[in-house]
Design a protein. Sequence first.
Length: 319
Amino acid sequence: MAMVETVRGPVDTDALGTTLMHEHVFVRSEEVQLNYPAGWDEDERVDDAILKLNALAKRGCQTIVDPTVIGLGRDIGRIIRVADGTSLNIIVATGLYTYNDVPFYFRYRGPHGDGLDPMAQLFIDDLTTGIAGTHVKAAFLKCAIDEPGMTPGVERVLRAVCRAHAETGAPVTVHTHPHSFTGRAVLDVLRAEKTDLSRVVLGHSGDTTALDYLSELADAGCLLGMDRFGLDVITPFEDRVGTVAAMCERGYADRMVLSHDAACHIDWFPAEVIPRFAPAWNFEHMFDDVLPALRERGVTESQIQTMLVDNPRRYFSRN
Ligand SMILES: [Zn+2]
């Protein structure tokens, strides 16, 4: 029996059920909020998150995977409060989110020659001991690469993630920018670090319709994150759905996971703006719109089960 850590403790991976592989409970600019706290009511936001996650659970979703790490405002105490109010499993991450440099905190702390990067040790502690003095353990690793490409800071974080993966066996999720084909640069480092590619999600792959690029990454063994449904402002709905259907037709259902990259609350945008630029960007879009559209395009129930249940279970099951 394979077990995976959730906020409420270890769960049998067979019990994860329908899993959205990339959703955020909160994305917060912590230092800004600390200094300009207007507009944030802690209890109100926690209650609102519980409401939204319970509504998602009612739709048949049993688990969300939350890649909120340093750089995105991770606060495990707040997540524990939310998890206590919902039946949904919440799986949390360790790692660091940057498109360019590492935060100054890390700049003058390692890495030291061939020794373990102190950053990697922090990730390992989150995975094996618990996050910020709690008993909640991270179950996967998260980092990012975007338009600037493999900058020294981005490479340092990715290699620290790979080392923590090697040490603990925890799977990996990388935010990528598929319009500049950054998945390839990630693969080069993953291969050099001998990372198990079958336990890697290349996030936001669904932002592109470049089927040959996606096939190349899938053939390498990676999972493709078709995980921004609702962000039609980046890639239109028809393209997102069409790409998943086309990849299923090519035989890659076992290489894709589905999600929205939505949040109960994200402070990157003024709240009133989100419904205008991304009206479908919410947790229920998958069940209301995406799955019916996939079925219409010939995606079978068994392929949907593979993407929503089997692939997530496999990703979190250590071999
Ligand atoms: Zn995200």
